[in-house]
Write a new protein. Sequence first.
Length: 226
Amino acid sequence: MDQDQWANLAYGGASLKEMIQSFWWATEIVKPDTVLIGINLNLYNKFNRRFWVEETLSRKGNYFTYAFNKYTFNATVALAESLVAPEKEPEPEVEDPEAKAYYWKKKLQETDKFYQNITYPDEYQKQLSEIAEYCKNEGIKLIFWIPPLHQDYHDVLKEYDLKEYTDRFHSDMRSLGDVFDFNYDSELIIDPQNFRDPVHFNAQIAREIEKEIRNYTPHHSTLYTQ
């Protein structure tokens, strides 16, 4: 992996459909040497077909709507500032205990919308296999990583009897590329101080995850290589 030239194409709340389309869009522009895809079990679902970037793609297809909208302007300003301003150390996160407790409980009550009707995604599996085949033919390193969920969330998920589904999900990912699995029974998922809520880890953990993957030195994860 070229440590000096990389791009973060992640965006908040992305669906697997959006990730797949982002991959093919990016490879039309440049051929990467390494591709890293983060995917959790709830995304690997036939019925998770969210496509929030459709409006953005529509704008991109028209010069005037792309050039003269507030999102393009704000992104341009942010990019310009990042080029001229010195890089700053990230400020430490300050938690509001009451707010954290509220959102922690809220997330634990929202599992039905992700897992109640979870169904094997044959189409997504086929599309990911096509990506894996493309990467193999083009000499591109393909890596998947599975983000951690706090133990409280794992405890709630037990009522959905997802073991067989989870095993198949893991098997599919390992058949496609290398896998860093951070979502297993470890100290990382037990300590609530590592999380902002049961499904979102904090900035410190994010930096540790990045370091493990960049250096291929699993510490909080289990690494499966092909």
